[in-house]
Design a binder for this molecule. Structure first.
Ligand code: ADP
Length: 408
């Protein structure tokens, strides 16, 4: 626009000047000078205006760029915050005095504190070992790793990693990963292997001792031999029971068996009937109260395993009285109750009896042919069917096991 207005304005000023000079009859050269000066002034003014317009445009573009960069930085920081908050690892950022300037959500929930406000890592975690590890990293300006036991706000084992934010900065990142579950599972596995070895070794040692005795006493009488062989057979049967139960347990734990619509009443009846004889031989009554049909979506073999283990235990741990099995439907769930009038269980054992190889009285369990795996098989089967098993008991009065399983 200025490109057209400025020359026109210059021509206009020149014409006015010419007319004015002509009116006063000025000499011709002054006319020419006037025109040139006017034109130059107009050109300079138009250049200045053009320059201002260009600077305005440049400033606007620059501001836009800065705004865009600021938005980018804000977005990156939000994304980083969200990433840090989504991690299953607690992350802290501390300064040289170990004052926490940043903590992600996991850190806040792990140590149950409000957003960091000038608190030190020690004040938040109450762990001297952690503070010492960070101090070591600060002194040596190296990254440090360790596994620590924390006591606040609850007992847990964590893998800690401390590393400097950058070589020139005195800030440090501290990450903590909770490995309590992992270590607990490792301990359970270690205990399990130790228990299995122990359980298998005892009968094997007996078998070996019996076999050696027979071998040494070649001239011994047939009755003694028969006695030893009888005991060997018993111990071999025991080994078989343990290995069978271990196999059943591992299938129950894998949770890979197929489930199908099953008449639970029929399955439980087929378990109870053959055990009536065993109960009667001890002078006990075994009764079943079940509808003719109760359909559940289960693995029939596993359901019968649950019933066998509970009813067999009830017979084994009852000296007199009765064992009552009831099956019913309650609130969309199958409810199976096995109630006995047996020796009962002290409250401190109630949580532990579902552990593998846990027995209140090892001798009594052994005498009844128990392996210590029956109830842990029950629990694994029931849980793999999304059900639960409960126990209530009173010493010398009796015990009731209740199994709940969804119908479908
Ligand atoms: P076991 O092969 O020793 O019976 P279980 O896992 O079936 O192993 O049971 C674990 C322990 O729980 C038993 O050794 C016993 O001490 C206790 N127990 C189980 N059922 C009963 C019951 N009905 N009455 C009393 N104690 C029981």
């Amino acid at each position: 626009m200025y490109r057209f207005v400025a020359p026109l304005f210059a021509v206009f000023v020149a014409l006015v000047a010419i007319a004015a000079l002509a009116a006063v009859q000025a000499p011709a050269w002054s006319l020419v000078v006037m025109v040139l000066v006017g034109a130059a002034a107009v050109l300079v003014a138009s250049r200045a205006r053009q320059e201002t317009a260009r600077r305005d445009l440049y400033e606007k573009a620059l501001k836009k760029k800065i705004d865009r960069l600021r938005d980018d930085v804000r977005e990156h920081s939000t994304v980083l915050d969200r990433l840090a908050d989504g991690l299953d690892v607690a992350v802290f950022l501390t300064d040289g005095s170990q004052v926490v300037s940043y903590a992600n959500e996991r850190a806040i929930s792990m140590f149950q504190f409000d957003k960091p406000a000038n608190q030190t890592l020690l004040a938040i975690t109450l762990s001297n070992e952690l503070a010492e590890l960070v101090a070591k990293s600060q002194q040596e300006r190296t990254s440090q790793q360790a596994e620590l036991n924390l006591r606040h706000p609850e007992e847990r084992i964590v893998r800690v990693h401390v590393w400097p934010e950058s070589p020139e900065n005195r800030r440090y990142f501290v990450s903590l990963y909770d490995v309590s579950d992992l270590r607990r599972l490792e301990r359970v596995r270690r205990d399990f292997v130790a228990n299995v070895s122990h359980e298998l070794r005892t009968p094997m040692t007996t078998i070996r001792a019996m076999a050696e005795t027979i071998e040494d006493e070649t001239g011994g009488d047939a009755f003694a031999h028969h006695n030893y062989i009888d005991r060997i057979i018993k111990e071999v049967d025991r080994l078989t029971r343990i290995t069978d139960d271990l196999l059943t347990l591992s299938v129950a734990e894998s949770g890979t068996v197929s489930k199908m619509p099953t008449n639970a009443a029929e399955v439980v009846r087929s378990v109870v009937q053959p055990l009536v004889k065993k109960a009667e031989s001890k002078g006990l009554t075994l009764s079943l109260n079940a509808p003719t049909e109760l359909e559940v979506h289960v693995n029939p073999t596993q359901l019968s395993q649950v019933a066998i283990n509970l009813v067999d235990n009830a017979i084994n741990y009852t000296k007199e009285g009765e064992i009552a099995v009831t099956l019913s439907e309650e609130g969309g769930l199958m409810k199976m109750e096995v109630r006995d009038t047996g020796i009962g269980l002290a409250s401190e054992h109630l949580d532990r009896i579902f552990e593998r190889f846990y027995r209140v009285d090892k001798g009594r369990s052994r005498a009844t042919g128990g392996t210590g795996l029956g109830l842990s098989i029950v629990r694994h089967i029931v849980e793999s069917h999304r059900g639960r098993v409960e126990v209530s008991s009173e010493m010398n009065k009796g015990t009731t096991f209740t199994v709940w399983m969804p119908l479908s």
